[in-house]
Design a protein around this ligand. Structure first.
Ligand SMILES: Cc1cc2nc3c(=O)[nH]c(=O)nc-3n(C[C@H](O)[C@H](O)[C@H](O)COP(=O)(O)OP(=O)(O)OC[C@H]3O[C@@H](n4cnc5c(N)ncnc54)[C@H](O)[C@@H]3O)c2cc1C
Length: 461
C-alpha cells in the first residue's frame, strides 16, 4: 500500500529516538504525515551545556559505534566533518579493586598478566569459550556471568559494566533483556565462541545489506562525539525535519483518546489528530498517565517499570593539581561506593575543555535527594581525593540530578514488556520504542529507529 498524506503518525517525545524515528520514517516513506510532541527540550537526555569554555554533556557522553550507521546518517545530514572519534590514548580503562585502579586488559596477552582476575578464573574463561551454556530468560547478569566465567568475573568486570552502562547492580539486571542478541545467539549455538561469531557476522551482514559494503570501508569502530558536543547532531536532525515540514509541537501530552480506530493527542490547550499510528518514546510511567483514559489495565502495568535514579557530578580540575591518563574507571558493587564510575571527559575528547583543565564526570547511584548539591559534590571530591591522592579542590563543579533515572531492565522485565505488547494488540497502531524498550544506549536508539522505520514501511507495501 502506498501512503498518501492522509496517513498520519504521532511520535511522542523528541529525544534521540523520537527524532531519528521521524527521520527514517520520512526517508523510507516520503508521503506519510508525521507530527512530533515534546514537553521539554528537544534531544531528551542528550543535553550539551557550554560552561567556562568547556563542553559538558549532562547526559550521554559518547556514541559507541560498532556499525557505520552513525557515519551514514552524518553523511546524509552533511555533518560528517563535525564528527570526532575518541582519542586512541584514552582507550585505557580501569576498574576499582580493593581501593586501587586496575587497568582493564585490552588484549589476550595483557589479560593473562592482569591482576583483575585470579589465575584459575582466567583458565575457566579460556575453557568457557568452547562450552555450551544453558541460560534462562529471568536470569540476572550476575548469575549468567558467574555461570559462564566464574564468580570473580561476575563480581568485578560484570558488576562494573552493569553499574557503568546500565546504572544498576548486576544482580538486578536481566541478562536476556540487557544483552538480548548475545542471549539469543547463545541459545542457538553449541559454544560461546560460535555464539559470538554468529552474532557479529549476522549483524554485519544485515548492515552491509542496508548501507552497502562501501559503508564499512572507511569506518572506524569507536566512540564518537561532535564539534560543539552531541547537541550538534540533535540540532541538525531537527533542522532536517523542519525542512521536510515535520513539525515538533512543544507541549506536554496529557492523554490519548481513540475514536473509530483513530487516535487523538491531547495537550493542555489543544487536541491533535486524527492519527493512524502512535509511536511512543516516553517513559512507561509517563505513558501510564497518557494512556489511562484509553485502558486502565495497561496503565497500571506500565507503572510497574523500575528505574535507577542517579546524579551526575562534573568537576573541572587544574591539571597541575589532578590529572590521570585514560578513559576513566568503573566501580563494582563489591567496592561499596555510591560512585558507579568516573569518565575522564577531556581525555576522551580533547575539545571538551581548555588545555589546562582536566574534566571528570562521575555517576553517583541514587537520587541523593537528602543531600544538597554542595554535600554531593564534597562527597565525590573526597572519594576522588582519596583514590588519586589529590590535595587541592576542583576549580568548579556542576551537578545534574536524574530523579527518575535510567530504565532498569529488572528481573522479570522481558515478561513485563511482552505482557504490555500483547495487551496493546487490542489497539492497532500503538508502538513502543525508546531506551525503556529498545536498548540502553544511543547506538541502540539509532539502529532501532532505523529498523522500526524499515519494518514499518515493508509491512505497508
Ligand atoms: C546520565 C546519563 C548518561 C548516559 N550516557 C550514555 C552514553 O555515554 N552513551 C550512550 O550511548 N547512552 C548514554 N545514556 C543513554 C542515552 O541518553 C539514551 O539511550 C537516549 O538518550 C534515550 O533517548 P530516547 O529518545 O529513547 O529517550 P529520551 O531522551 O528520554 O526522550 C524521551 C522524550 O520524551 C519527552 N516526553 C516525556 N513525556 C512527555 C509528554 N507527556 N509529552 C511530550 N513529551 C514527553 C521527554 O521530555 C524526552 O525528551 C546516558 C543516559 C544518562 C541519563
Amino acid at each position: 500500500m502506498q501512503y498518501n498524506n492522509e496517513h498520519k503518525i504521532a511520535i511522542l517525545g523528541a529525544g534521540f529516538t523520537g527524532l531519528t524515528t521521524a527521520y527514517y520514517l520520512n526517508k523510507f516513506n516520503k508521503d506519510i504525515n508525521i507530527s512530533i510532541f515534546e514537553s521539554k527540550e528537544i534531544g531528551g537526555q542528550v543535553q550539551t551545556e557550554i560552561y567556562e569554555d568547556c563542553i559538558i554533556e549532562k547526559g550521554p557522553e559518547t556514541f559507541q559505534m560498532r556499525i557505520p550507521l552513525l557515519n551514514t546518517l552524518c553523511e546524509e545530514l552533511d555533518i560528517k566533518d563535525k564528527m570526532i572519534i575518541a582519542k586512541k590514548d584514552a582507550a585505557k580503562r580501569y576498574i576499582l579493586k580493593e581501593g586501587q585502579l586496575i587497568k582493564v586488559p585490552m588484549s589476550l596477552l595483557s589479560f593473562l598478566t592482569s591482576s583483575i582476575l585470579p589465575f584459575t578464573n582466567k583458565v575457566k574463561i579460556a575453557f568457557a569459550l568452547k562450552k555450551k551454556f544453558s541460560l534462562w530468560p529471568g536470569m540476572s547478569f550476575y548469575d549468567a556471568t558467574k555461570n559462564i566465567f566464574g564468580e570473580p568475573f561476575a563480581q568485578y568486570p560484570a558488576s562494573a559494566v552493569a553499574r557503568g552502562v546500565y546504572g544498576t547492580e548486576a544482580e538486578d539486571l536481566e541478562f536476556s533483556s540487557a544483552f538480548q542478541d548475545v542471549y539469543i545467539s547463545i541459545q542457538e549455538t553449541d559454544s560461546l565462541m560460535k555464539a559470538i561469531k554468529k552474532m557479529v557476522s549476522e549483524k554485519k551482514n544485515f548492515w552491509v545489506s542496508q548501507l552497502g559494503a562501501n559503508s564499512y570501508k572507511n569506518f572506524q569502530k569507536g566512540m564518537y562525539s561532535f564539534e560543539g558536543g552531541l547537541k550538534t547532531i540533535i540540532e541538525k536532525i531537527r533542522e532536517n525535519l523542519k525542512n521536510k515540514n515535520i513539525k515538533i509541537e512543544n507541549a506536554k501530552i496529557q492523554r490519548i483518546t481513540c475514536k473509530k480506530n483513530e487516535y487523538y493527542v491531547h495537550t493542555k490547550h489543544s487536541k491533535f489528530g486524527p492519527f493512524n499510528e502512535i509511536i511512543s518514546t516516553v517513559s512507561p510511567s509517563e505513558l501510564s498517565e497518557i494512556i489511562k483514559e484509553l485502558d486502565k489495565k495497561i496503565s497500571v502495568r506500565l507503572n510497574e517499570m523500575k528505574y535507577s535514579p542517579m546524579t551526575v557530578v562534573v568537576h573541572a580540575w587544574d591539571k597541575k593539581n589532578f590529572y590521570y591518563p585514560g578513559f576513566g574507571f568503573l566501580a563494582p558493587r563489591k567496592e561499596k561506593t555510591s560512585m558507579m564510575g568516573t569518565l575522564f571527559s577531556s581525555n576522551i575528547f580533547s575539545h571538551k575543555a581548555p588545555e589546562h583543565l582536566f574534566l571528570t564526570k562521575t555517576m553517583v547511584a541514587g537520587d541523593s535527594e537528602i543531600f544538597s548539591d554542595e554535600e554531593v559534590s564534597a562527597m565525590q571530591v573526597e572519594g576522588l581525593k582519596r583514590l588519586f591522592k589529590i590535595e587541592k579542590p576542583p576549580i568548579w563543579t556542576k551537578i545534574y540530578r536524574y530523579k527518575q533515572g535510567m530504565p532498569k531492565y529488572f528481573l522479570g522485565y522481558h515478561e513485563w514488556k511482552e505482557s504490555i505488547i500483547s495487551m496493546l494488540n487490542e489497539f492497532k497502531g500503538i508502538h513502543l520504542t525508546g531506551w525503556h524498550f529498545s536498548g540502553m544506549g544511543l547506538s541502540d536508539a539509532l539502529s532501532s529507529s532505523y529498523q522500526f522505520a524499515l519494518k514499518y514501511s515493508e509491512k505497508q507495501k
